[in-house]
Design a protein around this ligand. Sequence first.
Ligand code: HEM
Length: 123
Amino acid sequence: STLFDKLGGSAGVELAVDKFYDRVLSDDRIKHFFDGVDMKRQRAHQRAFLTYAFGGASHYNGRHLREAHQQLVKERGLSREHFNAVAEDLIATLQEMGVSQDLIDEVAAVVAAPQNQQDVLNQ
Ligand code: HEM
């Protein structure tokens, strides 16, 4: 079974989305990237992000991530430190939810995979 299943499927993801969303938006290191991003779109982003991270979806290929973040890299300086901050917030969210360290390690390995970093950071 996927991490998505182990974390409780869509109900687990919904809970994680709310908590991750709150954490990112109150994180001074990265919250400015979300200025001017509409609420509905942002929630969809967080849901997509976590469903992807948990293996519940595979339709966000490298090219999609590259395009989705291209402007943020070119015009707003999105860099490795911001990528790491997002990963850190995701891990903290899962810890707060009481997810086991084994599962958290699996999630971290998926999210921080070199291919993802290269795509998101347009490297
Ligand atoms: C958009 C995933 C890292 C900020 C998106 C979208 C996805 C996504 C699926 C929606 C794309 C679309 O529908 O067009 C991911 C994944 C990441 C990642 C899988 C890491 C593995 C980051 C980081 C930041 C960030 C590090 C900033 C700190 C944003 C913003 C948008 C966005 C602001 C909305 C852009 C817009 O509306 O123009 N991301 N993301 N993302 N992402 Fe990420």
